[in-house]
Write a new protein. Structure first.
Length: 268
């Protein structure tokens, strides 16, 4: 579930970068054009594309669409508070495999965000795995997964992912893994921000937050490695430990503030 090149100084001052993004946009300057040396991504309405999902339940498709719409409400509100428009991501639902602007991916890849086409890709079969294999059941556990990937989109449109991907080309694998963890934890924190505003609207039920925290716990690098191979290799972590993922989701949930999601300048 990453933003990476697909998105899963060293980026220091990353929240300053976000603030600068808002300031430049307010002045009519497109910072993404400055980063990329060309126009930013084209405007894109939110759509749900279904590739080979004949076996997926219509109820689940509707649920994912509702969650995506709720994330749009949250991030539109945050951007609008700065006098800006939020460029909404699209979502592609698929089974087995899919081709994106980031290349070919199988269902084994898990949910991912592709900055190249600004789309979230989700094999609906993953939710069954989340419940059975990862022991993270519940609709809000599933909603957390979607909100995490949308968090990568927010990183993309604010220039964080482009900066990270530029820097990664000059990093060793160990350095890239360490920085990737900070990117992933920030996406968890952004998912927490969404949950914060969703709770304020009275849309959460008893147990929802616990479902999300359990999901974050079950997909931590250390927990996954213990489950699959019986031991952990910390230097191979690239998403964060269970404790880290719970902590940063909870941090965004508690405050609802971007400034509290600065995983690049604070201890993680």
């Amino acid at each position: 579930m990453g933003g990476g090149r697909r998105a899963g100084g060293g980026l220091s001052g990353i929240i300053v970068l976000v603030v600068l993004f808002f300031a430049l946009r307010a002045c009519g300057i497109d910072p993404l054009e400055m980063l990329a040396g060309g126009p930013g991504g084209s405007d894109q309405t939110t759509t749900t594309q279904r590739q080979g999902t004949s076996g997926a339940s219509d109820e689940m498709k509707q649920f994912v669409s509702v969650v995506l719409a709720e994330t749009e409400d949250t991030w539109n509100g945050i951007f609008e508070s700065q006098g800006l428009d939020y460029k909404e991501p699209a979502m592609v639902l698929f089974t087995d495999s899919v081709r994106s602007a980031c290349g070919f991916a199988s269902a084994a890849t898990g949910p991912f965000y592709c900055p190249g086409d600004q789309k979230v890709y989700l094999d609906l079969g993953f939710f069954d795995q989340l419940s059975r294999r990862f022991e993270a059941s519940g609709d809000f556990a599933q909603a957390y997964v979607v909100a995490h990937e949308v968090g990568h989109h927010v990183q993309n449109v604010t220039g964080i992912l482009p900066r990270f991907n530029q820097m990664r080309q000059r990093m060793s694998q160990a350095e890239a893994n360490a920085m990737s963890i900070r990117v992933e934890l920030q996406a968890d924190c952004f998912a927490g921000i969404w949950a914060h505003y969703t709770a304020q609207k009275g849309l959460l039920e008893d147990g929802d937050i616990e479902e999300a925290l359990n999901a974050a716990n079950q997909i931590g690098d250390d927990t996954l490695q213990r489950r699959t191979q019986g031991y952990v290799v910390p230097e191979s972590f690239n998403h964060g430990t269970s404790q880290q993922r719970r902590t940063w989701f909870a941090r965004g949930l508690k405050s609802g503030r971007l400034a509290d999601c600065d995983t690049f300048n604070e201890p993680i």
